[in-house]
Unconditional design. Structure first.
Length: 392
């Protein structure tokens, strides 16, 4: 074994030992100089509630959490940048097996707020402004499913009351003046016999005040597809934007955001619109298996798969509709052919943003083979925070 190889293995052993100590201390991730500390909720079903009550004035509930061990210490002067998304569903428009709670026909106002708090607390230091929408319940322009997406940044002038150990929480409430006891908003999607979850995500980055950050910005507005098929039974995953990343190295952080504007005005029905971001071995692939499972936090998933009903008429999501996604991820190992052993040639990985569309409520002609949604524009942006060893 040569001296260079010996030094590399000794250095890797030392880094592993340091990370192990940090895990024992309750810090899941230690950032390198110039790299923000990133926390990611990696649970398959991160939602903390299956439903929340709809009340006249709103009854806040914590529905999503990035716990203190994942986020790491926060204090005065830190900048917190957070990404969160949660799908909600209005239900019980009429008596059906999937009805959850009591029937209602109104469209509730739904509001989501990011807060730094103790545990799953609802009160704490706000991270940016709230996000709100009215999730339409009325036909023919019923949203049914709605997605609240938050990308917020807050510089902490003072230490939060929960400091240094704060959770990053999404606090959600639903309200309407006609609300009655038993009216509920589903956190996820209402199915015939159950509530489907795993449609929410939360991640965050902490920037320290005495550190200098100079990310490499990579972005594209190239549309890989100008149209995407609308399916009758399910949605087909079609990549509309992609970015290649070379020489990904252990210790990096990536902050990623995507947007696609779609149009369905030429179709005679509403359309379920879905999106997701993954890191893949191949361009234009929706598959995160293989190397990304070992190299990227959350198994290569940047943003979760969820969606909303894009409607022909006025609603929270009326055509043209915007799909927004984003998230922060950590690079856990060097991107090589054998990442777990840190062996083999370096390989590129791809950030892929894909969408899918399915037929929904119709008042006239139904779905036909060949129906498509138009992709008016796309934007995919990656901020790549390199390790000190990678910088010039």
């Amino acid at each position: 074994m040569g001296m260079a190889e010996l030094a590399r293995r000794v250095n890797r052993t030392a880094v592993t030992a340091v990370l192990a100590l940090l895990l024992v201390a309750g810090l899941a991730w230690a950032a390198l100089p110039g790299v923000p500390r990133v926390g990611v909720n990696e649970m398959d079903e991160p939602e903390l509630e299956k439903t929340i009550p709809i009340t006249k004035k709103g009854s806040p509930r914590t529905v999503l959490q990035l716990d203190a061990d994942d986020l790491g210490a926060v204090g005065a002067g830190d900048k917190v940048e957070a990404f969160a998304e949660v799908e909600v569903s209005v239900t019980c428009l009429e008596p059906l097996p999937k009805c959850v709670g009591k029937i209602y026909s109104y469209s509730p106002r739904v509001e989501a707020q990011l807060v730094l708090a103790d545990g799953d607390g609802r009160n704490g230091t706000r991270v940016g402004d709230a996000e709100s929408l009215t999730c339409a319940q009325n036909l023919p322009n019923r949203n049914h499913h709605c997605v609240l997406y938050l990308h917020r940044t807050e510089t902490l002038k003072n230490a939060p009351n929960c400091a240094p150990r704060c959770s990053l929480n999404v606090v959600l409430e639903a309200s309407h003046r006609k609300a009655k006891d038993g009216n509920k908003l589903v956190i996820g999607a209402d199915k015939d016999t159950y509530i489907q979850q795993g449609k929410a995500a939360i991640s965050g980055a902490v920037f320290e005040p005495d550190e200098t950050y100079d990310p490499r910005l990579i972005k594209t507005t190239e549309r890989l597809k100008k149209t995407v098929p609308v399916e009758r039974e399910d949605t087909r995953e079609v990549t509309v934007a992609s970015i290649r990343l070379d020489d990904l190295s252990e210790g990096e952080s990536l902050l990623i955001e995507a947007r696609a504007v779609s149009s369905i005005g030429h179709l005679p029905y509403n359309v379920l619109s879905q999106g997701q971001i993954v890191i893949s071995e191949r361009r234009a692939s929706s598959d995160n298996h293989g190397i990304p499972l070992s190299v990227v936090s959350n198994n290569g998933k940047v943003a979760t798969a969820n969606g909303f009903n894009c409607t022909q008429g006025a609603s929270a999501f009326s055509t043209p509709c915007t799909i927004q996604k984003g998230g922060a991820v950590r690079i856990l190992r060097n991107a090589r052919t054998h990442p777990n052993q840190d062996e083999g040639p370096r390989v590129p990985l791809w950030v892929n943003f894909f969408v899918g569309f399915g037929e929904e409520y119709t008042t006239g002609r139904t779905w036909r083979q060949g129906d498509e949604a138009k992709i008016r524009s796309v934007k995919l942006e990656v901020r790549r925070f390199l390790t000190p060893a990678q910088r010039p």
